[in-house]
Design a protein around this ligand. Structure first.
Ligand SMILES: C[S@@+](CC[C@H](N)C(=O)[O-])C[C@H]1O[C@@H](n2cnc3c(N)ncnc32)[C@H](O)[C@@H]1O
Length: 272
C-alpha cells in the first residue's frame, strides 16, 4: 500500500472537510487503502504527485474521481424501517389531509445507490394506490458520488439485496434483469429524479420539501458541519414537514426542528 506523508494527509483531509463536510482526519489507513491502487494505476509514484493533479484540476473531474473512492456508500432496502412505518402511518395521512394542491415533495439527501429513494417511492405507491395519479409526487435523490448516482439511476440490484423487501413488493416493484439481478420497475424508477448535490453547498431547488430523509450522512460530519447542514435543511423544509436522520446519528445542539421521536424531527406548523 502506498504511504501518504503526514503533511499531505492533513492538507487533503482539510480540503475534503471544507468542501464536502467529511471528517477523515482519523482515517489515514482508510484513505491510503481506498486510493493507493488508483494512484498507482494513474501512473503516479506518490500521493504528493497525485494530489497536485487533484488540486490543480480546474475541471473538478479528478476531485470527483477521488470522492467516488472515499465516500462510504453502504445502504440497503428497508434500512431503519421505523422511518418507513412513520412515513406511512403518520406523515402520509397528515400530508393527504393538509396539502391542498396535492403536490408532495420528498428529498433523499445522500441517497447512495438509490435503495432509499426507491423504497420511498414504493411506500408512496403502496399508500396511495390508484389515488397516486391524483397527486404530483416528487422524489428528489441526491449525492456527491457520481458512481453511486449512476448505479442508482440504473436501479439494478442483486437478489440478496432484496431480502428485506416484503414478497408482495418484490413481485410488484421489481422485474428480472440480466445475471440473476433484479431491476426496479419503470413506474417506480420514473418517480425518482437523481441529481448531483453537495450538501455543503446552498440548496436552490425549486420547491421546499415536506419530508427529508438525510440518514447516515451526518455520521461523517463534525458538530459545526452538522449544525450548518441542519440549518440549511430546516430552511428547505415546509412548515409542518419532517426530517429523518440515521438512528446512530446525533442532532447538533442548536437543532431548530422539534424532536418528535428517535431520529424523527418536525418543523413547527401545518403542511401546505
Ligand atoms: C452511508 S450512505 C447512506 C445512504 C442512505 N441515506 C442510507 O441511510 O442508507 C452516505 C451517503 O452520503 C453521501 N454524502 C457524503 N457527504 C455528502 C455531501 N457533502 N453531500 C451529499 N452527499 C454526501 C455519500 O456519498 C454516501 O452515498
Amino acid at each position: 500500500m502506498l504511504h501518504i506523508e503526514n503533511d499531505d494527509f492533513i492538507k487533503l483531509t482539510e480540503f475534503i472537510k471544507a468542501r464536502y463536510g467529511l471528517n477523515l482526519a482519523d482515517r489515514k489507513v482508510l484513505v491510503e487503502s481506498r486510493l493507493s491502487n488508483y494512484v498507482l494505476d494513474c501512473g503516479f509514484d506518490s500521493f504528493a504527485e497525485y494530489l497536485n493533479l487533484v488540486y490543480g484540476d480546474s475541471t473538478q473531474r479528478e476531485v470527483a474521481n477521488m470522492i467516488n473512492r472515499l465516500t462510504t456508500n453502504h445502504t440497503y432496502f428497508m434500512r431503519e424501517s421505523t422511518h418507513f412505518s412513520h412515513m406511512m402511518e403518520t406523515f402520509l395521512p397528515i400530508a393527504e389531509k393538509q396539502i391542498k394542491d396535492r403536490m408532495l415533495c420528498i428529498w433523499s439527501a445522500g441517497c447512495s445507490f438509490g435503495n432509499e429513494p426507491y423504497n420511498i417511492a414504493m411506500c408512496l405507491d403502496d399508500y396511495f394506490g390508484m389515488k397516486r395519479y391524483q397527486w404530483d409526487l416528487k422524489i428528489l435523490a441526491t449525492d456527491i458520488s457520481f458512481n453511486a448516482l449512476k448505479s442508482a439511476s440504473n436501479g439494478v440490484y442483486s437478489e440478496a439485496s432484496l431480502e428485506n423487501i416484503p414478497q408482495k413488493w418484490r413481485e410488484k416493484y421489481f422485474c428480472r434483469a440480466d445475471f440473476g439481478d433484479y431491476r426496479v420497475v419503470d413506474d417506480i424508477r420514473n418517480n425518482v429524479v437523481f441529481k448531483y448535490h453537495n450538501l455543503m453547498e446552498d440548496i436552490s431547488f425549486k420547491h421546499a420539501f415536506h419530508l427529508i430523509y438525510c440518514r447516515n450522512v451526518m455520521i461523517y460530519f463534525n458538530e459545526e458541519t452538522k449544525s450548518r447542514l441542519c440549518k440549511k435543511l430546516y430552511a428547505a423544509t415546509e412548515p409542518g414537514g419532517y426530517l429523518y436522520i440515521g438512528h446512530a446519528e446525533s442532532a447538533p445542539a442548536d437543532m431548530m426542528y422539534l424532536k418528535e421521536s428517535t431520529a424523527i424531527y418536525r418543523k413547527e406548523g401545518d403542511l401546505r
